[in-house]
Design a protein around this ligand. Sequence first.
Ligand code: GSH
Length: 198
Amino acid sequence: MSRKLTYFDVPGYSEAFRYMLHYAGLEFEEVRYQDKDWPDKAVKDALPYGQLPLYEENGKAINQSIAIARYVASQTGLLPSDPWEQAKLDAAVLNMYDLFPKINNINEEDEVKKKALQAEALEYYFSRFERDLKAGNGYFGGKLSWADFVLVGAIVAIHFDLKVPVEKDYPTVSALFKEIRSLKGVKEYVAKHTYEHI
Ligand SMILES: N[C@@H](CCC(=O)N[C@@H](CS)C(=O)NCC(=O)O)C(=O)O
C-alpha cells in the first residue's frame, strides 16, 4: 500500500490526519511545500481544484481535508460504524470548520478590533466544544474518534496562525489536546516536527 500526503509545511488543514496516520503507525510519504508557496504554477495546475491538501493511495487521489480525514479515520479505527454516531461526528467536524472563516476572513483593518472579533468567535465555539466534550466523557462521540483529532489539529493551527493558546481556558478541551499529543506515534511526531509557535 502506498500513501502520500501533499500539503504546505504548516498545520492548517492537514495536521489532524498526519496525527491519525502516525497514531495508527501507517507509513506515508509526505511532500511539504514551504511557506505556502507553490514551487511552480504547474504543480497547482495539476491539482483537481488547485488547492492542497491532496491525499494519494496506490495512485488514486482525493482532495478536501474533511473527506481525507474521514477516509483516514476509516482506515485507523477512528470512524464508528453506526450511521447516527458517524453523523454526530460529521456535525462536530463541520462545526469546527464553521469557525475557520470567522477567525480568518475578518474584514477589519484595526488590529485591536480584529483580535477582539477573533477572540469572540473563539470563545463562542470553544465554550461549545468544551460542553460537547464534557457530555461525551472527554470525546465528541463518547470515545476517541477522528472528530477529536480534527479539533486538536485545529488547535495546533490556531496556535501557529494566531499565536493564541486557545485551549487553555477549557479544561476538557485541554485534556483532549494533551491526550492526543501524548498518544504513541503522535508523541514522537510532535517531538520531531515542532512548529515555531507551539
Ligand atoms: N476546502 C479545502 C480548502 C483547501 C485550502 O484552502 N487550501 C489552501 C491551503 S490551506 C491552498 O491550497 N491555498 C493555496 C491556493 O489556493 O493557491 C479543504 O478543506 O481541503
